[in-house]
Design a protein around this ligand. Structure first.
Ligand SMILES: Cc1cc2nc3c(=O)[nH]c(=O)nc-3n(C[C@H](O)[C@H](O)[C@H](O)COP(=O)(O)O)c2cc1C
Length: 349
């Protein structure tokens, strides 16, 4: 796509015309969050959409569309589910099943830093062994009818040469694009993402590179393009709190956007977040039973609240809720007063 941002390398094909996407996040990027965020994307714009991480050891035994991680909406097209795995047979079965289900691409997780992933040698553990990581990509590509990508971190040792060689290996193995979250595994989600690494790898690879890490505002999306020359920006945590970054970026690209989705002041942002969270709660009711939905919604609030000046109060009120009604009451109580939002917050929890 050639936009005014000067993007040249196309993710999937040239019908994907919106170079901003949601990052996969366990417990957050399920059907309800996708339906919600799509309401901020003007019609006619197309990007890729994640699922939650899907374990390749479990998927072969599950019915897709009938587990909370794979619930799908009618307009849930352009899905690029993220899989976790390191063994041929489960990967083959998972990939074939996902392709049959109808996905636009498949992403492999090489960034998950949790202990379990390290113990089972998947997630970011794969970054310790280039040859093995290449094999995982080759196997996935071999059984996939759709493009395969990898989402990775800066690796273990923050060694740029290792990183570029590792990524070139994934490119040779058949990856169609790569997403870099430039934080070392040990940093988990703390510290600052080092965007210069995105530029460094983007300049040396042929395939598209998606940039990820620490986007907190619409201006940050533009800054990341500028600083890294990446082909698409992937934003995670901030979209739980500021879904309108999607509308702001669409407006910037010259698309017509509902003005109500472009809050100007900190107070207008808070008011729109209040309204949007109530809407999200309604969407949750359509998909999740109350027990699961309440737990998940609280997790959404846990991730969103740092951008509200008094977010700790919202977190405290909602964390006591046991039902959808109590959540709604808590939201109404908190947002009854003006609730300014902050442009930047400390990204740690
Ligand atoms: C709650 C949570 C769950 C996450 N789960 C995943 C995951 O399953 N797979 C993955 O590749 N990254 C996962 N991430 C990392 C994000 O995709 C992203 O790389 C990270 O949050 C940095 O981007 P951000 O600063 O825009 O949030 C997760 C992040 C959070 C906050």
């Amino acid at each position: 796509m050639q936009t005014k941002l000067g993007l040249k390398r196309q993710v999937i094909d040239n019908s994907y015309n919106f170079p901003l996407c949601l990052a996969p996040m366990v417990g957050l990027t399920h059907v309800a969050m996708r339906v919600w965020l799509k309401e901020f994307l003007p019609e006619g714009l197309k990007t890729i959409w994640p699922t939650e991480m899907l374990n390749s050891r479990k998927i072969p035994h599950e019915v897709l569309g009938q587990t909370p991680e794979t619930y799908k909406a009618v307009n849930d097209v352009d899905l690029v589910p993220q899989i976790l795995g390191n063994e041929d047979d489960p990967i083959q079965k998972t990939v074939e099943k996902l392709c049959e289900w109808g996905v636009a691409g498949i992403d492999i997780n090489m960034g998950c830093p949790v202990k379990k992933a390290l113990r089972h040698n998947y997630g970011v553990a794969l970054m310790g062994d280039s040859d093995y990581a290449k094999k995982v990509v080759e196997v996935t590509v071999k059984h996939s009818q759709v493009p395969v990508s990898v989402k990775l971190r800066a690796g273990h040792q923050n060694d740029k040469d290792y990183l570029i060689n590792f990524m070139k290996g994934l490119e040779q193995a058949g990856a169609s694009w790569l997403t870099l979250h430039p934080r070392v595994a040990e940093a988990k989600r703390r510290g600052k993402a080092d965007w210069s690494q995105i530029r460094w790898v983007r300049d040396q690879l042929q395939i598209p590179v998606l940039g990820n890490g620490d986007i907190q505002s619409f201006e940050d999306v533009l800054s990341m393009f500028e600083a890294t020359n990446c082909d698409m920006v992937m934003a995670g945590r901030v979209l739980t709190a500021k879904p309108w970054i999607v509308s702001e970026f669409a407006a910037h690209l010259g698309f017509e956007v509902n003005q109500e989705l472009l809050p100007k002041s900190a107070e207008e942002q808070g008011a729109l977040l209040g309204k949007s969270l109530l809407r999200l709660l309604e969407i949750y009711k359509d998909y999740f039973d109350e027990n699961l939905g309440v737990r998940r919604f609280k997790f959404h609030i846990k991730n969103a609240h740092p951008w509200l000046s008094f977010g700790h109060q919202l977190f405290a009120i909602t964390s006591k809720a046991k039902t959808y009604d109590e959540l709604e009451l808590g939201l109404r109580l908190f947002f009854e007063k003006p609730q300014p939002m902050q442009k930047y917050t400390e990204l740690r929890y």
